[in-house]
Design a protein around this ligand. Structure first.
Ligand SMILES: Cc1ncc(COP(=O)(O)O)c(C=O)c1O
Length: 409
């Protein structure tokens, strides 16, 4: 992209890292020229290796809830760092953190900690099988629960047996779920659900509470566990588990991303009935008990409980959505802004190959705003209406550029 990306560092990366990068932080799916590396992040902003700054609507793909380098969280990190981090056993902070989660998430009566979202979803799967003695796990088609063998969206190097007992249904479609339940028969262990449908390259679909109640009922009728994967949307919709908030409490829920506002930590929490199974399985990792991320999480949860961060995210998100819609209309574009305002997905009408949204994001990025053309974005707590106004200048220029170049795309 005109002056952005293609740095010497990226050349060096290609020599020593396969494809120069891998996984969700590879910029391969982003507009051409998107920078791959960043030197720093502060509050709402990112800096690339050419020292260009961006107002960041990706929040590290979710973890940045309250702003990069949040002063209170960093203070807690430094205090714990001075005492000890990865030790021969966990610090007392592990119990503080478990108590905090149990106090905040209605269905939670115990908590276990790990590093990544995929650790937590895989642990949920194992607990469900251990508790029920059954094998089948139902997953919504297209839903992402992490890159472990049973769910990776790119199954190169896996074998069919890795997902032999995973069956699929369509999100928001109870008939489809019932068909999958019938196929699983008496071997059904659990149903995974996300707080609302947030697949990539697609409009987001907000949760229908009736659907949530239907899923809960079906699980109860068949003796199956309900697992909510809150990794991406956790604490961005509610201060509780989102399905608890609509009266469809799960048996297990998985948390990650925002938990330590960027520090590596994730969690599985569950109801009392599953305490036995959770205590029987063997799950661990060299860094799962590190105290610094736990201290960050205790402080992040305190801020979640005590501040108006959520109302702020909602206010900023609505302000961005409304202004963007007006701007698109004034340039003659129909925008599809879907999902909760705190986690917007932005696509264009009449853009089946995503060429328009790619171009728009590319020009906005050239003007200092980091937007994604294929993944939902995230409002963070450091954003002000002033940041949004600044971002809107960039999106305005991007709409104008798109209008001039649309025919050639
Ligand atoms: C809904 C959901 N579940 C699980 C994961 C996996 O989390 P992690 O990348 O931390 O393993 C993600 C990551 O994007 C996610 O969005």
């Amino acid at each position: 992209m005109d002056g952005v990306g293609g740095s010497d560092l990226e050349e060096r990366a290609r020599a020593v890292i396969p494809n120069g990068m891998y996984g969700h932080q590879s910029v391969a799916q982003m507009p051409p020229g998107t920078p791959q590396f960043f030197t720093k992040a502060e509050g709402t902003r990112l800096w690339d290796t050419e020292d260009r700054s961006y107002i960041d609507f990706m929040a590290a793909y979710g973890p940045n809830l309250l702003g990069y380098n949040h002063p209170q969280i960093e203070k807690a990190v430094r205090a714990q760092m001075a005492l000890g981090d990865t030790m021969t056993g966990p610090g007392p902070v592990m119990v503080d953190l478990a108590e905090a989660l149990v106090g905040m998430i209605s269905h939670a009566e115990w908590a276990m900690f790990c590093k990544n979202g995929a650790d937590a979803t895989s642990m949920a799967l194992v607990v469900a099988r251990a508790h029920t003695g059954r094998r089948k796990i139902l997953v919504a088609r297209g839903a992402y629960h992490g890159a472990h063998l049973w769910n990776t969206p790119r199954p190169v190097g896996t074998v069919a047996e890795d997902r032999a007992h995973i069956q699929y249904f369509d999100y928001n479609d109870l008939n489809s779920l019932e068909d999958a339940v019938r196929m699983a028969g008496s071997d059904l262990a659990a149903v995974f659900a996300v707080p609302y449908r947030h697949d990539t390259y697609a409009d987001q679909v907000e949760l229908d509470p009736e659907y949530a109640h239907g899923v809960r009922r079906i699980c109860d009728e068949h003796g199956a566990l309900l697992i909510i994967d809150e990794i991406r949307a956790g604490f961005r919709l509610a201060r509780d588990c989102s399905w608890d908030s609509v009266g469809a409490a799960p048996d297990l829920s998985c948390w990650g991303k925002v938990l330590g506002n960027g520090q590596p930590i994730s969690a599985l929490v569950g109801v009392d009935e599953l305490r036995g199974a959770a205590g029987e399985i063997f799950v661990t990792g060299s860094f799962w008990f590190s105290a610094v991320p736990m201290a960050a999480a205790v402080e992040t949860l305190r801020i979640i409980r005590e501040s108006d961060y959520l109302e702020h995210l909602q206010d900023i998100g609505a302000y961005f959505r409304d202004a963007l819609r007006g701007q698109a209309e004034s340039h003659g574009f129909a925008l599809r802004h879907s999902g909760p305002v705190t986690m917007p997905m932005i696509l264009f009408e009449d853009d089946p190959g995503f060429a328009q949204v790619n171009h728009w994001c590319r020009i906005a990025m050239r003007n200092g705003v980091w937007l994604s053309p294929y993944h939902n974005m995230f409002i963070n707590g450091a954003m002000t209406r002033g940041d949004i106004d600044e971002a809107l200048n960039a999106t305005d220029a991007a709409f104008a550029d798109l209008k001039r170049n649309r025919a050639a795309l």
